[in-house]
Design a protein around this ligand. Structure first.
Ligand code: IMP
Length: 430
């Protein structure tokens, strides 16, 4: 079933590129029909921008569903939660009239971002060893500790004796690492204990069995929407490793990140910008370091919603997008920010790469080769007219339709929605 005919029972929204594709707006649109909206990976590194009646909301940890009265927003086990950031986000939303009560559920299995995670992320990025260009929110170190079985989970915050014991051992180890690697002053485990017990008290009404809640909702045939953060090319396994985030930021992350069986993950919508952007380090074959790239950045307002960093900009890349279509099993494509291209005389699409004297259609699995790929472009005449008020596919300029039809054919997936502006209303459904 296509999204235009109503929301399929379980739907997943993922980014096709390196994040910042405009997923927040699309999740927000579909959340209006959803009973449950689930974040299953990532953490406060996300920045989902949603504009409601001209008012801008930027969500980091809380699913975009929170802006809809009828739905429950779930932060599932696969997310890493910084309680300080979460509480700040909750209080900012409340101050703007958003109701947060039983409609927010945090998994007791989710891992907690601890002070040393943030410190290590910041210090590692400051040292020259291996700069990734992270958001410095402690995401990588927290997932690393999860895998090393040195993490603290939300449930642990509510077991004071256990928490204290864990902290004694962990803080002493982390202090040695912080001192040896960065000459950083030590953390005090009692202080951390008090701080995090304080957070626990405040988030307590929202903590529970998210796994049971989401599965019961699916079994009861409720509409469940999985909200991917970042994008497929930042996936730790399938992205441009090591220049990735530390989770499975595509549909592959849902089963483990929400405790939902693979066969229950339903319709997959992939969101891609009509061009391409990337924040942070790492290869980006179609990057434009010229006036055209600069124009995409300024017209598209391409600056990080979390960090304010200017985003690197370039043309749409069908090679990386086909890779994303494959690993996600994308059923429908949503193309966002088409209007940004309105005044360009020419629009280009990368159709293949030249690598070591050969033309290839597939994305190399390693960054060394990807960084050497030269894009092969197909050129399209621009449409030089305003699409931001268009409400149906038929009304789009002929050249814009040709561009979208080409993407659809190349990727083998129908374009089911097109976004031509920030507001909910500026969306063309097909
Ligand atoms: P981390 O997730 O903070 O560890 O950052 C790792 C990489 O992912 C960096 O290149 C970040 O810029 C990028 N990244 C993380 N979250 C987002 C996002 O929500 N949008 C775009 N890029 C992101």
């Amino acid at each position: 079933m296509s999204a235009s005919n109503g929301l399929p029972r379980t739907t997943c929204i993922v980014g096709v590129q390196w994040g910042d594709e405009g997923k927040g707006k699309i999740v927000d649109l579909l959340a209006a029909q959803a009973d449950v909206v689930v974040r299953f990976q990532g953490g406060g590194n996300a920045g989902h921008t949603v504009v409601v009646k001209g008012e801008k909301f930027v969500l980091h940890l809380i699913p975009s569903g929170i802006l809809h009265r009828g739905s429950t927003s779930v932060i599932a086990n696969g997310v890493v939660v910084d309680p300080q950031q979460l509480l700040e986000e909750m209080s900012n939303l409340r101050a703007r009239g958003v109701k947060i009560g039983k409609n927010l559920l945090i998994s007791d299995r989710a891992h907690v971002v601890m002070p040393w995670h943030k410190l290590m992320d910041q210090l590692a990025e400051g040292s020259d060893a291996q700069k990734i260009g992270t958001t410095k929110r402690g995401i990588g170190p927290c997932y690393a500790d999860k895998a090393a079985r040195k993490g603290i989970r939300i449930a642990d915050l509510f077991r004071p004796d256990y928490l204290q014991q864990r902290l004694e051992a962990l803080v002493s180890e982390k202090n040695r690492v912080l001192a040896a690697l960065y000459g950083a002053p030590p953390l005090d485990d009692d202080e951390v204990f008090r701080e995090y017990r304080g957070y626990a008290e405040k988030i307590a009404p929202h903590v529970g069995d998210a796994l049971g809640f989401v599965n019961d909702a699916i079994d009861a045939k409720k509409r469940v929407l999985f909200e991917g953060a970042q994008g497929s090319l930042l996936d730790i396994d399938f992205g441009t490793y090591p220049y990735v985030t530390s989770s499975n930021s595509d549909a592959c992350g849902i089963p483990a990140g929400a405790g939902v069986a693979p066969k229950k993950v339903g319709h997959i919508l992939g969101v891609a910008k009509a061009y391409c952007t990337r924040v942070g380090e790492g290869p980006f074959p179609t990057e434009l370091v010229d006036d055209v790239g600069e124009r995409l950045r300024s017209v598209g307002g391409e600056f990080g919603s979390l960090t304010g960093r200017p985003r690197r900009c370039g043309w749409f890349d069908t090679v990386t997008s086909r890779h994303a279509v494959r690993i996600n099993g994308i059923d429908g494509l949503v193309i966002t920010k088409l209007d940004v291209l309105d005044q360009f005389g020419e629009v280009r699409v990368c159709t293949a790469y030249r690598l070591d004297g050969k033309t290839t259609n597939s994305m190399p699995g390693d960054c060394e080769r990807l960084a050497r790929c030269e894009p092969v472009y197909k050129s399209f005449p621009g449409w030089k007219s305003d699409t931001s008020k268009v409400t149906s596919f038929r009304q789009l300029p002929k050249n814009a339709r040709a561009y979208l039809n080409y993407l659809e054919r190349e990727l083998g997936v129908p374009v089911v929605m097109i976004s031509v502006g920030k507001d909910r209303e500026k969306t063309i459904r097909r």
